[in-house]
Design a protein around this ligand. Sequence first.
Ligand code: UT7
Length: 320
Amino acid sequence: MPSQTLNNEQLSLKVETNDAWIRSRTGIISRRVIGEGETLTSLCCQAGKEAIDMAGWEPDSIDLIILATSTPDDLFGTAPQIQALLGASNAVAFDLTAACSGFLFTLITASQFLKNGSMQRALVIGADQLSSWVDWNDRRTCILFGDGAGAVAIEATSPEKCGLLGFKIKSDGSRGDCLNLRQEASHLPLTEGRTYQKGEFSPINMNGQEVYKFAVREVPAILENLLKTTDTDPQSLDWLLLHQANQRILDAVADRFSIPHQKVLSNLANYGNTSAATIPLMLDEAVKDGRVKPNHLIATSGFGAGLSWGAALIRWQGPL
Ligand code: UT7
């Protein structure tokens, strides 16, 4: 996590809002914002190193690094820098963009290389710095987001020990307008009769109510589908690990399956919505404080811009 915190009171000095409104509508109390001396890349390296150490790996034994981010330090790709800084000299490294679904999509993508036998070890990182892209004068969006990075080390294993028991992923670009971070087309003169489009992005644009409705409709639907195809009783789940967007969304999804709220992992009060980082950050916290234990059954779901969403059923193995 970045070291700089920004709580609701401090934010209400910048934009017309208040702690009570933010808490009751979202559950968020504070968030972290990358300040001087830190970068998204440095956070990714910290998270990546911790994951590699927990797994007991040598950096040069890693075959693949995928960074899920929509806010890279380098539009050409940030993962290769992370690969170099971690000393993962044998890993191929690339970025994957799927906003708040990014970590889930990346985890599933990486696992396919392991399952088909072409690679053995992968480092999957989810990281975002939405503080750079949000309009800090727009109280409808700026209260929601925070910065952060999380990482998970995954390794090929025998089919019977495989921790990824099933997944579903979906996209619907026709509804993409309710949450985007688009390039603005400003045409500038190049030479006689020729123009070019300057590369500039407008801040995050969101229709909060539409995104809310999308989440509380599609997340339960895809989870239900996944649980059905994997023949899993919702009551047998140890944890529900959802993208940390809004406490009301987390509670609504849990209620649809009559899952007690104690089984819903949540840390958004402290960090807000860190986009691609929420799921690995939450998992890391719950593994380290002993809530998530080896052999626990976890249903996870990511959802957000695209629109994109997905779910995975995981039997947590812990460090092998
Ligand atoms: O990864 C996915 C990312 N996106 C999301 O997860 C967003 C999902 N949507 C949401 O979480 C909710 O829609 C929000 C938290 C964004 C908004 O909550 P809401 O209950 O849908 O509020 P609203 O937009 O309907 O606004 C209600 C009122 C409005 O005032 P009026 O028109 O009733 O007078 C807003 O102007 O609250 C006002 N308002 C605020 N007041 C104080 C909106 N933002 C704020 C604010 N502080 N920050």
